[in-house]
Design a protein around this ligand. Sequence first.
Ligand code: CMC
Length: 436
Amino acid sequence: MTAANQKATLSFSDGSPSVDFPILKGTVGPDVIDIRKLYGSTGKFTFDPGFLSTASCQSSITYIDGDKGELLYRGYPIEQLATKCDFLETCYLLLNGELPNAPQKSDFVARVTQHTMVNEQMHFFLRGFRRDAHPMAVLTGLVGALSAFYPDSMNLNDPHQREISAIRLIAKLPTLVAMAYKYSIGQPFIYPNNDLSYTANFTRMMFATPCEDYKVNDVLVRALDRIFILHADHEQNASTSTVRLCASSGTNPFAAIAAGVACLWGPAHGGANEAALNMLYDIQAQGGVEKIGEFITKVKDKNSSVRLMGFGHRVYKNYDPRAKLMRETCHEVLVALGLENDPLFKLAMALEKIALEDDYFVQRKLYPNVDFYSGIVQKAVGIPVSLFTAIFALARTVGWIAQLNEMITDPEYKIGRPRQLFTGAATRDVPDISAR
Ligand code: CMC
C-alpha cells in the first residue's frame, strides 16, 4: 500500500475544524481513505453496517473487480487457474503467494497426503451426533474439535505451528466431510487412500463401500476439483471476515476455521447452493417449467421475501466469473452423465434463461452466481443437497487459512473491535419491582 499525493478533507457544518485524512492506494481497485485517526482527532466514529464502504484490512491474496466480473488469486485470473492448475497447486499459491514449481508441488502434495487420516477418536466423537443432523452442524463441531486433538499446533503466533495446522486442516477436511456424509446414510467410514489424488481420494471416501472395488470417475473428479478451485478464496466475504475477527483474539486456528464454517452455513452465503437446489425442487413440485413465470412474479413482489437463489452478489454487478466456469463444467458433467434431459436440470436452464432476459434482473444487475451452477453439478455427481455447503467449506478452508496467516503476520494487526451507534436507553435508575 502506498500513500497517494492526495488527502480527503472532512469538514463539519457546526464550525468544528476540518480534518485531513491520507488516501492510500492499492495495486488495483479503489483508493481508500485512512480514517484510523478519525476518532482520536474528532471523537466521532463512522457508521457503515454491512461494511458497504469499509476496507477492514489490507490484503494481497485475492482481488475481485465486481463491475468487470474479474477474480484474481495472487494476480492470476481464475479462468487460467481453473484450466491450468489443480486444487492443491491453487492451495499452494494462496498460502505462499506463488505457484509451485514441479518439486515444490510434489513436496506440498506429499505433505498434505501424509495428513489425510483423522485421529480414530474422531469416529467416536462423530457418533455422538444424530444421524439426521445437518452436515454443517456436524462439520462445525468436527472442525472445532480438531483443536482437542492437535494441541501441538494451536499457537497462532508460532509460524511452524501455523503451517502444520494449515496442512492438517487442508488434508483432513475431505475426510471429515466424507465421514459426516457416510454417517448420515449409515455406511461405514472409508479411510483415505494416499495413492489417489486429493480430489479422487475425496470421491472414493464419499462413494466407495467396503463391499466393492471403487473405480475413480475422472469426470466427477475434474468437476469437483474445479468446484474446489473456484471456491478456494473470495477476499473479505462474511466467513473470511469471521475467521479474521475470530483469530484476531489469538484463538487457535481450528477454532477460527470452525467459526468460518458456522458463518458459511447461512443461506445468503455458502448455503445459497443448497437453497438454489431446494428452490428448483419447489418449482418442480408445483408444476415445473410452466410455473417459472409465477415464481418469477413472486420474486419480484417486494412483499413476498422470495429471492431467486443463486442470483445476485454483493460484489459482482456483472456475470460472476466463477459462474461462467461452473456453467461450462455443468454442461460437461450433464452430457457425460447423460443427464441433459433430466427435468430438474432442464428446469434450471429454463429459469436461468428467463431471469437473464427479465428487466427486473437486468436493471439490478442480478446475474447467476457460482452457487446456481455448483448446486446442479453437485447434484448431478451424486452429492446430496444437504452436503453442498460442507463441500464449499472444504474448498474455502485454504482461503480462510491464507487470510488468517496474512492477518497474524501483518505488523498492524489488532484485535477486531467494531464500534456502534448506540440507540438504546441512556442511564436510568432500576425501579423497585413493585414500581415496574
Ligand atoms: N432475487 C431477487 N431480487 C434480488 C436478489 C435475488 N436473488 N438479489 C438481490 N435482489 C434485489 C433486491 O431485492 C434489491 O432490489 P431493490 O433495489 O428493488 O430493493 C436489489 O436487488 C439489491 O439487493 P441487495 O439485497 O441490496 O443486494 P446485496 O448486495 O445486499 O445482496 C445477495 C447480495 C447475494 C445477498 C443477494 O443477491 C441474494 O440474497 N442472493 C440470493 C442468495 C445467493 O445466491 N447468495 C450467494 C451469493 S454468492 C456466494 C458467495 O460468494 O458467498
